[in-house]
Write a protein that binds this ligand. Structure first.
Ligand SMILES: Cc1cc2nc3c(=O)[nH]c(=O)nc-3n(C[C@H](O)[C@H](O)[C@H](O)COP(=O)(O)OP(=O)(O)OC[C@H]3O[C@@H](n4cnc5c(N)ncnc54)[C@H](O)[C@@H]3O)c2cc1C
Length: 385
């Protein structure tokens, strides 16, 4: 199926593509010259790319102009993702800030919070993490036990977070903590902006199955948050958290879906190149995956159109896309790994191994696929619990 872009969209694509050709080599320059030498090289490269985008006015494509964004349409985010993937540019580093916390602050933040934090998010000056999950509160997020106790004009926070992506680099944490233990569990939680650069915060990286260390344990011991750093209402954090998760499952997945299409292209060229050496006929499996990838692309396009047509936050239909995307990626990476494993192990094999091991977390983060299925059943289809 052919998607016809408007003249404006075509012009946007052309301009961004040309920009990438001209400026992307700046990011691939000698890593020693990068400002963030204390970061691992890939993170440093990604942050440098964020800053380059910002300097040239490409950061916050869909953020309103009043907050420093480009005021663009959601479809431009898709073009952006396609062109960066095509040019093999890094993925956005400060993605939790740009994709989740920023839009949440626009909706729930005070004017002071917006004017202080949003510009620094865009510039990738402040890195943000999301402190929701705890050792005993993942799927059942409302069971979280990190406590925030009000003392005068401040809250004092104690507890532990886990699986905190980018925690080791973060300047701020979008934190959920319990403020009223006597209220029903969903009604006693507050969302905060917590400064990560203070005494009382200890971050311990966790090594993932793919070898990288993206997420962390975060220990919070008498950390202090000023009362004006509450997001929304005290005890109103559940609504804030649900809005955040709906952003995480929708706009953030535009980029992931595009990367999946790129992976399919790589898989197809690999299958063609090694046709004679592959055991058995893999055509049927490859065709099934290709159909899924194309269906997902059309579904994402439909979501974009729906979201652009009305001022509403993403709804339960995005849960289906999250399940479909993560499972398709796992099938694709698993098949590619099996194919590459039949050859002497080379760089291609290492790339697919990394891709496969990374894909395993995709059916877990932003809510596991079992939880997504529960939501589809109850809220989407109206089935009983
Ligand atoms: C790569 C990655 C990055 C992450 N980044 C962050 C981050 O930045 N910030 C953050 O706060 N968290 C983050 N997480 C954590 C993630 O949100 C949780 O892992 C997830 O919500 C699941 O929680 P859990 O690990 O405690 O598993 P559990 O909730 O203990 O679930 C264990 C198993 O039981 C199943 N299960 C649980 N309840 C039900 C139910 N009611 N019905 C059916 N099945 C059920 C689950 O599906 C799962 O299979 C990240 C996770 C990963 C993998």
């Amino acid at each position: 199926m052919e998607i016809y872009e408007t003249l404006e969209e075509q012009a946007f694509r052309k301009e961004f593509r040309q920009w990438l050709v001209q400026y992307l080599p700046e990011v691939s320059a000698d890593l020693h010259s990068l400002q963030d030498a204390k970061m691992d090289p890939e993170s440093a490269r990604r942050r440098e790319f964020d800053r380059l985008l910002y300097r040239h006015g490409w950061a916050g494509l869909t953020w309103p102009r009043e907050y420093g964004g480009r005021g663009g349409r959601l479809y431009q985010l898709l073009i952006f993702a396609e062109e960066t993937a095509r040019a093999q540019a890094p993925e956005v580093f400060n993605r939790l800030a740009l994709g989740i916390v920023g839009p949440v602050l626009m909706r729930y933040g005070t004017e002071a919070q917006k004017s202080h934090y949003l510009p620094k998010m865009l510039a990738s000056e402040d890195i943000w993490c999301q402190g929701f999950s705890e050792p005993n509160a993942g799927s059942d997020l409302a069971a979280l036990s990190t406590r925030a106790i009000r003392k005068g004009s401040e809250f004092v926070v104690n507890g532990q977070k886990i699986w905190t992506t980018l925690g080791q680099y973060a300047d701020y944490c979008f934190l959920l903590a319990r403020t009223s233990p006597d209220k029903p569990k969903h009604r006693g939680i507050t969302a905060f902006i917590m400064n990560m650069r203070q005494d009382g915060i200890t971050v311990r990286p966790i090594r993932q199955i793919n070898g990288s260390q993206e997420f962390n344990e975060v220990f919070i011991n008498d950390a202090v948050i000023s009362a004006d750093q509450v997001i929304g209402d005290v005890d109103g954090g559940w609504d804030v958290a649900m809005t955040a998760l709906s952003f995480e499952r929708s706009t953030n997945f535009i980029n992931r879906q595009v990367r999946l299409t790129e992976d399919l292209t790589r898989l197809l060229s690999y299958a063609r190149a090694h046709r004679e050496h592959l055991a058995g006929d893999l055509t049927e499996q490859i065709v099934d995956i290709a159909i899924s990838v194309h269906s997902l692309r059309l579904t994402v396009l439909r979501h974009i159109a729906e979201l652009e047509n009305g001022d509403r936050i993403p709804g339960p239909e995005n849960n289906a896309s999250k399940v479909f995307w993560s499972e398709t990626h796992q099938q694709l990476a698993s098949l590619a790994l099996a194919m590459a494993g039949e050859q002497p192990h080379d760089a291609e094999y290492s790339q697919w191994a990394f891709s496969y091991l990374s894909s395993l977390g995709e059916s877990i983060y932003a809510g596991t696929n079992e939880i997504q299925r529960n939501i589809i059943a109850e809220r989407g289809l109206g089935l009983p619990r």
